[in-house]
Design a protein around this ligand. Sequence first.
Ligand SMILES: Nc1ncnc2c1ncn2[C@@H]1O[C@H](COP(=O)(O)OP(=O)(O)OP(=O)(O)O)[C@@H](O)[C@H]1O
Length: 292
Amino acid sequence: MTTPFGQIGAQDVLDIVVVAFLIYQAYLLVAGTRAVNVVRGILVFAGVWVAAQLLGLTTLSFLLGRAGTVGIFALLVLFQPELRAALERVGRPRGRDASASGAALQDLARAMERLAERKTGALIAIERRTPLGEYAETGVNIDALVSVPFLEALFARNAPLHDGGIILLGARVVAAGCLFPLQPADGTYRRYGTRHRAAIGLSELTDAVVLVVSEERGSMRIALAGRLGPDLNGTELREQLRELVYDYPAGRPPVPGKATSPETAQEPEEEEVRPESRSRSEPRPEIHKESL
Ligand SMILES: Nc1ncnc2c1ncn2[C@@H]1O[C@H](COP(=O)(O)OP(=O)(O)OP(=O)(O)O)[C@@H](O)[C@H]1O
């Protein structure tokens, strides 16, 4: 085919499609995590560099070019967790196993309620798009089906794995006793203890939905995108789990907005974490059989 840019063949089209696909996958990987700010910084840097070249600013363009070369190696180090996550995603089996079933979420919500009633502390991260393998490695590998008694047993006060958080993938508990990254104590959430700050910290670095049961207050809350939501009752918890996990379309980037933008957090303890995948005014699909 002849175009203003010359001859374009099937190979060129394939090339463009593959590159576009890779760029989109890279975007999916960083969207909703803190890495998106680094990407913005890189785009600004690249923009200034291109402008300097177009305007013939030789010294500036030379300096930016050199800094860019060093920057590539710096990025490899900086993005090491994301690169690792990307490789994990490529190797992960796709399909229904990777998404949480309604029955598993129902059991999860029930277990959270029972733990809260007894004031047993719990920290549960639900993996969505961002692989949590590196955090799972800090704990004990489990691979067991989610069930109410199992979750209760895991967090029971004298249980060997009650300390730390557990990670769920689909309907399975993949690891327990895991260490999550702590949100700094000097930040917005300085008044909170380490369990809550670990939940916020993990949700800031990944798109995981992190559930916390407070040992002190017997409350249930959700941390999402670096923000901690309000206390939830059982019905609200089920509703949020359905929208944030069951309805969460795999591979779709979060829509930037109140719920997913950490920068917009003002008084987080009074704000509600709202699911980003569906607005409340939109009709909900019926979930048959495994209804929450
Ligand atoms: N980095 C971490 N990753 C995972 N779990 C953690 C981490 N830090 C602390 N925890 C868990 O939190 C527990 C301590 O909770 P702490 O009382 O400090 O927090 P809190 O936010 O006040 O919660 P609570 O309201 O339940 O008391 C630890 O025993 C451990 O199980």
